[in-house]
Design a protein around this ligand. Structure first.
Ligand SMILES: N[C@@H](CCC[C@H](N)C(=O)O)C(=O)O
Length: 269
């Protein structure tokens, strides 16, 4: 039996989207099927899967739930690039009022997405949590990283050169007591005033070309290091593109960037 899929990305963090509005197609979406869809040789190929299902949130404004899975089949609370790609799909297909903010339910709460005049999408990512520091290692190299929670866990560390992170083919080593459920690790360089560059090793997906929640965690860490006033916007360059992150006076993180759907079809994977 075949079922519909779409392929999209946000700053080249790519996703297979599975429309499953009433949950009747993939209610029991298995880790095995997610891995098959995300396989870049035998499948469609992606960093993760976004199942598009109606939300059970009692607020009538919150119509859609983003059920996010990493490419290894694991579940994560949140995906920043994913929520933009998800909103782009809802807009493209007329599944939401295109003139109003879009409320997307996630395991990390409701995220509100708005369109900018230049065709980008801004997501109110909610309030971040900033914890303490711990050590992250790659091979013989160890750095001190800041623990930032964007609904999902991040360890952010500064390096002299993004190549210092190595090939990132295996996950960086973290402290299990700090991150009992694993962690996304961001390596950051300063590029200028309010401007940083990063690479990321994502929990459950390996090195990806972008991570939206990771870019938020990176901007927060850089703003704290710079003692930047609230309301400041930082530019974060990733291998797959650029995201602009603002930490508002009322302690919300706004992330602005592109998202596109590039293909759709049917599969029996
Ligand atoms: N690429 C995403 C984050 C996806 C989830 C992450 N790998 C995790 O396990 O927490 C983003 O854009 O935020």
């Amino acid at each position: 039996m075949t079922y519909p899929f779409l392929k999209g990305h946000g700053t080249e963090n790519d996703f297979v989207l599975l429309p499953d509005h009433d949950g009747s197609i993939h209610g029991d979406l298995s880790a095995e099927r997610v891995r098959a869809l995300c396989d870049r040789r035998a499948g469609i190929g992606a960093d993760g899967v976004l199942r598009v299902v109606r939300s059970e949130n009692p607020d009538p404004a919150v119509e859609w739930f983003m059920d996010y899975r990493n490419s290894d089949g694991s579940i994560s609370e949140m995906c920043g690039n994913g929520v933009r790609a998800f909103a782009r799909h809802l807009l493209d297909e007329g599944l939401v009022d295109t003139t109003a903010p879009i409320h997307v339910d996630t395991r990390a709460g409701v995220k509100v997405v708005t369109q900018t005049e230049d065709g980008l999408l801004t997501v109110d990512m909610g309030e971040p949590k900033v914890f303490g520091q711990s050590e992250i290692s790659v091979g013989a190299e160890t750095w001190t990283a800041l623990h930032v929670d964007m609904g999902n866990p991040h360890a952010v560390l500064f390096v002299d050169d993004l190549a210092d992170a190595g090939d990132l083919l295996t996950p960086p080593v973290h402290d299990e007591r700090v991150y009992p459920h694993g962690v996304n690790v961001e390596f950051v360089v300063e590029k200028g005033k309010r401007h940083v560059g990063m690479r990321v090793h994502e929990r459950g997906s390996g090195e990806t070309r972008s991570c939206g929640t990771g870019a938020c965690a990176v901007a927060i860490t850089a703003m704290l290091a710079d003692d930047a006033p609230r309301g400041t916007t930082y530019r974060v360059d990733l291998p797959g593109g650029r995201l602009d992150i603002t930490w508002t006076a009322d302690n919300h993180i706004l992330m602005t960037g592109p998202a596109v759907v590039v293909a759709k079809g049917e599969t029996d994977l």
